[in-house]
Ligand binder design. Sequence first.
Ligand code: NAD
Ligand code: MG
Length: 399
Amino acid sequence: MTERRQSVTVLGSTGSVGENTLDVLARHPQRFSVFALSGHSRIDLLFAQCMVHQPRFVVATDAQAGPLLQSRLAAHSSATRVLIGHAALDEVAAHEEVDMVMAAIVGAAGLSSCMAAARAGKRLLLANKEALVVGGSLFMDTVRAGGATLLPIDSEHSAIFQSLPGDRSLWPSVVDKIILTASGGPFRTRDPATLRDVTPQEACAHPNWSMGRKISVDSATMMNKALEVIEAKFLFGMDPSRIEVIIHPQSVVHSMVQFVDRAVVAQLGVPDMRGPIAYGLSWPQRIASGTATLDFSVMSSLTFETFDTRDHRLRFPGLQLAWEAMAAVSGTTAVLNAANEIGVAAFLEGRIRFDHIHAVNQTTLAGVSFEPPASLHDILALDARVRARAQEAVAALAH
Ligand code: NAD
Ligand code: MG
């Protein structure tokens, strides 16, 4: 078999998902080649990745980091071309020689490049859930119009995708509900009254997954699950009333689908992002991912808790915002995401308390009025306006 190698752009290659993606790609050099990489900070790592993977292009989104990277690569006679700035992300996502784009940038900063890949009909591997939460139905319309293939990388959504029938046209008639599992993060059993004292370090210490700082804080507030509920609505065309969250502290059951006959199909594995990444890269086939084998001797202790208890509602008030945002006018999920990005950044910078993140989200959701966005331009304008409002909410709370 001498099939052409698949050419892959990895956006956000210096992040946690980006590094895991390069790990999987390196296991299959006959199958994949790296076309482009991108990074915003950690230029040493981006340089090292270029030396190993020899991409055609590398995008340095931070203007100061670009020239530094350029001179280091030139000193090593590297053939990799450096592109600087965010517009270059769209270029390497939509380039005609690219087959697949791994979207592993964090936050709405990744939206434009996702849309570019969708428009160009690529296989789009979506880890960057904020892009879909912000882009919403416009994102999905662009995927359809561009003839792109959108595959989930978020472990829950990959599990759901693996549990659903391959024939999409069956989904509306056979699925009763989607059950997203949530680990509960580092504060699942913490006294809700003490959440105000949480430090960034505590919030980033996830019990099961090692991830970037933004998603780690989101896991601690459960805003990550709120974003994932919205992601599921758009990805699977699911009515919000048919999406449920259940707490499963061991993160072995990655999520489940309940069908109309009440059969429940789940996908299991050790918590390792290389599993869903390899599935996205190889679908509908499967390839080795480097993930460890599930040890069934430890499976006797799998547990599940309903989310709907008084203490959990106090610990995780943000989860409910997902359904509120989905019920409101189109564009409200973008508002929620922008507020949350600002709140999380302010918490990580030590400007506001942990419980203030929810306050920023609530105040911003209640305080912004807007027309439903009709284009990417409208969405980006709304995102920018909401960020300014959320900064005001932060300033009012800051110590
Ligand atoms: P990370 O912080 O480790 O990496 C983020 C990447 O995006 C880095 O390469 C960084 O340089 C780049 N980046 C950051 N800000 C940027 C900007 N303004 N412009 C351009 N590039 C920028 O994050 P991560 O944990 O790898 O998560 C990436 C995405 O995948 C997030 O949307 C997250 O929710 C999602 N995700 C992550 C995991 C995980 O296990 N880490 C699991 C599921 C989903
Ligand atoms: Mg997830």
